[in-house]
Design a protein around this ligand. Structure first.
Ligand SMILES: [Zn+2]
Length: 304
């Protein structure tokens, strides 16, 4: 099978990553995450002095997480806006996403009437990594810039089954949210795992690792309401350290095989994150049982 070509988003983020590794050292993440606000300002000023990002500003932009906007003058002067009600981790990812639009799409945004005044990005585009093409590219740029695989894999190998504690430490290392770090891990893990984000017993969205999907373990959420199993911790509301660390769920609760369930509740966002770790021995599965939209759950993976 031919190796998929690397995307422009991947290449551009990789170029900046190599530069940062060179300037700050290979161990830079031991000291600090990417300072993405200053990076966006300085990098754009140096590489595009006529048309830089002049400011990165906190704003009230209801319904949006961030925006890349431009002023009236030519050549264009740009600004990144980020919605005020975000944790520092989410803010970093949002700014990384908008910086990605600047690097990859500013010409398109300037020339296409569709983006009059700039581009505004909602939660679906930034947080769940499920937006349209250019949203997807901006996300890929942000993930690669803030959480480069060469460092991530050194922290958690592809065969490791991490706890929320492990993923939380990684999130701190990269200055991103627990959600962003978990989604990044799901992109390369060789283990079978699913992340379910829910509220009031219903799944908002689900992301699946490639090995889990290949073994026929997935949960459909597109155009359908998925009700969590009655014994899921998010439903029983039995939030304790043990349920964060992981409890055994028997075959028949989530799938036709036992698994380890970890659940953590976020009061701030009024939702639960449930991580399902399936055992290593995968069941026999026929690929034709997977229908098209299931693959939407890991478009990030299939493109790489
Ligand atoms: Zn966007």
């Amino acid at each position: 099978m031919a190796k998929p070509t690397k995307s422009l988003a991947f290449k551009e983020a990789g170029r900046i990553t190599m530069m940062l590794d060179k300037v700050l050292g290979d161990d830079r993440f031991d000291h600090a995450p990417v300072d993405v606000i200053n990076l966006a300002l300085q990098y754009s000023a140096q590489t595009s002095p006529d048309s830089p990002i002049l400011q990165v500003t906190k704003r009230d932009i209801p319904g949006c997480m961030g925006a890349l906007v431009y002023g009236k003058s030519q050549p264009r002067q740009w600004a990144i806006l980020y919605h005020h009600d975000q944790s520092p981790g989410r803010t970093a990812y949002t700014v990384g996403h908008e910086f990605g639009h600047y690097i990859l799409h500013r010409k398109l945004i300037d020339e296409d009437n569709h983006y009059d005044g700039g581009i505004y990005c909602d939660e679906n585009s930034v947080l769940r990594r499920e937006g349209a093409e250019i949203e997807h590219e901006a996300d890929e740029f942000a993930a690669n810039l803030l959480m480069p695989f060469h460092d991530f894999r050194r922290q958690i190998s592809a065969k490791t089954v991490p706890s929320f504690d492990d993923l939380g430490k990684i999130a701190d290392r990269y200055g991103v949210s627990l959600t962003a770090a978990t989604l990044r891990w799901l992109e390369y893990t060789e283990t079978r795992a699913l992340l379910v984000v829910s509220n009031e017993g219903f799944a908002h969205w689900v992301k699946t690792s490639k090995p889990a999907l290949k073994s026929g373990r997935f949960i459909k959420t597109r155009n359908t309401m998925y009700e969590l199993p009655q014994r899921a911790v998010a439903v029983t509301q039995d939030f304790r350290q043990e349920t964060v660390d992981g409890i055994n769920q028997a075959a028949g609760v989530w799938f036709d095989e036992p698994l380890v369930e970890m659940c953590i509740r976020s009061e701030r966002y009024d939702q639960e994150m449930t991580l399902l770790h399936l055992p290593r021995n995968e069941p026999v599965f026929h690929a034709d049982e997977v229908d098209e939209d299931t693959f939407d759950q890991f478009t990030d993976l299939s493109r790489r």
